[in-house]
Design a binder for this molecule. Structure first.
Ligand SMILES: [Ca+2]
Ligand SMILES: [Ca+2]
Length: 316
């Protein structure tokens, strides 16, 4: 009974929940061990604010907040780790550096203050499916699973069309082509594809000088460059995006299932679904042409426009 009361008091103050109580009861076999349990609660980290549990590569990330259950009296080092640093990375220094793990030092001055831990989604640049990643919080070096707090986060693959995506988030990608929308008749598509020869390609567009892409989408290189002929409505679906490509018509993407009107670029006559999520570049005779859209052409027609650019990025 004594053990149970102590155990319950610990649960209330420790915030580690029933798992910790169960572990302590299981370990209390004899009288000598019971006496050892009569001291103050063990210092242990606790997660005061839990993370978002559903993220995608379209998200920047989430945060958790960590503090101690009691004053540790001396320096107590907590390690926050990611079970898969290829999907989620953590920062315990306010976002200055991200890695597979980070440390927080608690002491009598800060034990009861929430320390914000930033968790960043890795934009890996590959079509790698969804992953469940465990974020763990425990005393540095802790190996007892009952004393390790685990928060599982689902990280969905990046699919579909990104809007207002910071290029800085696309850590797996390198730029292999860019031109202003008024460029036409000079850049050979064969040369562009020779430079953009990695297995994944992303088409993107934005105002010149803007660090964020107004629109961006990617898929396997073979999908982004599948010839959809000069037909007005044929698309090729891949990675949640409808693609079209022909060296004498146009090159671009539209929302999955929303239909296209390649005349010669995808043209919004006022009836298109999701016109703001469509990108199109004219092509002619194997060359990139001037224009045409980065969003809704009824809002902004980019033929001969000198202020917007189209960009191609690649990833292994
Ligand atoms: Ca991923
Ligand atoms: Ca991915």
């Amino acid at each position: 009974m004594l053990i149970k009361q102590i155990g319950m008091a610990r649960v209330i103050s420790a915030g580690l929940g029933i798992i910790m109580l169960g572990a302590m009861l299981a370990s209390c076999g004899g009288e000598a061990e019971k006496k050892e349990e009569t001291g103050p609660p063990d210092p242990a980290p606790m997660v005061a604010v839990a993370p978002d549990t559903n993220l995608s590569e379209k998200d920047g990330g989430t945060t958790i907040e960590v503090r101690m259950n009691v004053d540790p009296g001396t320096d107590f080092i907590v390690e926050v780790g990611s079970s898969d640093a290829n999907q989620l990375r953590v920062s315990t220094d306010g976002g200055a550096t991200f890695g597979p793990a980070g440390l927080i030092t608690f002491n009598s001055a800060n034990w009861n203050m929430n320390h914000v831990v930033d968790i960043a989604v890795v934009h890996d640049g590959i079509i790698d499916g969804d992953h469940v990643v465990d974020i763990t919080v425990a005393m540095q070096g802790e190996t007892n699973p009952a004393r390790i707090i685990t928060k599982s986060i689902n990280v969905a693959d990046l699919t579909g069309i990104m809007m207002n995506e910071p290029q800085a988030n696309l850590s797996g990608w390198t730029q292999c082509y860019a031109s202003i929308y008024n460029t036409g008749g000079t850049d050979a598509i064969a040369t562009i594809l020779a430079n953009c020869n990695q297995p994944n390609l992303m088409l993107a567009c934005r105002p010149v000088g803007n660090p964020d892409f107004t629109l961006a989408a990617y898929a396997k290189r073979v999908d982004v460059t599948t010839d959809t002929t000069t037909d007005i409505s044929t698309v090729h679906n891949a990675n949640g995006v409808d693609w079209y490509f022909n060296t004498s018509k146009s090159w671009g993407f539209a929302p999955q299932g929303a239909g296209v009107n390649k005349s010669n670029c995808d043209y919004n006559d006022g009836t298109q679904l999701l016109p703001e999520q469509r990108m199109c570049v004219h092509t002619s005779g194997g060359l990139i042409g001037s224009g045409y859209r980065c969003g809704d052409n009824q809002v902004l027609n980019l033929n001969s426009n000198a202020d917007w650019e189209r960009v191609i990025l690649q990833a292994p």
